[in-house]
Design a protein around this ligand. Structure first.
Ligand code: NDP
Length: 294
């Protein structure tokens, strides 16, 4: 058996198209345009790529994009002052401060300074808490995108068991909460978990958010299970390559031979992350303006 490929790129394209349609309808009806502010501190090349891509996709769905680039030696006080200005700016519905921040800035303090209703990354403790107790709120983009992919295969998760490998605040924990909210029976595995292969073999859904290339092997997977690979790892370049290949946290070919459905890397969870950022910005806009409940 060879698993069905969950085409995250196509699913993200559809999500962005639906967002663009709704944004156009709001512009026609209300003359309003949702706005997303992205703050980049320093010039980390990977962060530059993410921020550029976020800005392009924001404009492509018809929203306003506000980019704020600050030097790497900006003080924490100056960054907090910018966040305070964006909190007050009525044209800004979503605020994203690109992580990681330089070591002299306390990321938690910056995240906590963002108005939770504009926290489109979903990292503010208020939004994490809302997710935990099942209140509406803004949910972190990568977990949300992963859940949407799972639900393309399993619209109803009742009775299914899910193992999430990884317990970070930005991926593992919120994704486990989402799966629980949708009635899966959830196990969170991590570096102290004993006999991870057999824990995974019990699961109908395995999510890998570990940060280790090709970590999850084919013989860890129950035949027919759904496998979501959140990992993004660049291998060292082989001879003749300028840069190494991108791989996930799952040994794709091995797992594909056993699983029922699997996300590829690239082209799986990755494209869903920015699409969900735009979804969150639209949600924040609608909530702030009272356009509709979310
Ligand atoms: P973290 O490093 O914050 O967390 C990794 C988790 O994996 C930890 O909970 C850790 O356990 C667990 N872990 C590490 N080694 C093992 C092991 N040997 N066995 C079991 N568990 C282990 O990573 P993130 O959550 O930030 O990211 C995970 C992956 O997802 C990375 O590859 C990252 O690049 C990718 N990513 C992709 C995104 C996308 O848009 N597609 C967005 C964000 C991340 P412990 O807590 O015990 O240390």
């Amino acid at each position: 058996m060879s698993a069905a490929i969950i085409d995250g790129k196509a699913i993200a394209d559809d999500l962005r198209a639906a967002i663009a349609t709704e944004v156009a309808a709001i512009a026609t009806r209300d003359g309003l345009q949702p706005g997303l502010a992205v703050v980049l501190v320093g010039s980390d090349p990977a962060s530059e790529v993410y921020v550029g891509s976020k800005a392009r996709q924001t404009v492509a769905v018809g929203m306003r994009s506000f980019e704020h680039r600050l030097p790497a030696d900006v003080s924490e006080a100056e960054l907090l002052a910018l966040v305070a200005t964006l909190n007050e700016d009525d044209a800004v519905d979503g605020i994203l401060v690109q992580l990681p921040l330089p070591a002299h800035i306390d990321s938690n303090r910056v995240i906590e300074a963002i108005n939770p209703d504009k926290d489109v990354d979903g990292f503010h403790p208020v939004n994490a808490g809302r997710l935990l107790i099942g209140l509406p709120g803004l949910v972190a983009c990568t977990p949300l995108g992963s859940l949407l992919l799972v639900r393309t295969v399993h619209p109803d998760l009742s009775g299914l068991s899910a193992v999430v490998i990884g317990r970070s605040n930005i991926v593992g924990k919120p994704l486990a909460q989402l799966l629980l909210q949708y009635n899966a029976t959830v196990t969170i595995a991590h570096s102290r978990t004993h006999d991870l292969p057999s824990v995974c073999r019990s699961a109908d859904i395995v999510v890998a958010a570990v940060g280790r290339p090709e970590f999850v092997r084919g013989d860890w997977i129950k035949p027919g299970a759904t496998v979501i690979d959140v990992g993004i790892n660049r291998l060292p370049p082989k001879a003749g390559e300028t840069k190494g290949r991108l791989v996930g946290d799952v040994a794709f070919e091995e797992v594909r031979a056993v699983a029922g459905a699997i996300t590829p890397v690239p082209g799986g969870v990755g494209p869903m992350t920015i699409a969900c950022l735009l979804r969150n910005t639209l949600q924040a806009f609608k909530a702030r303006r009272g356009v509709a409940k979310f």
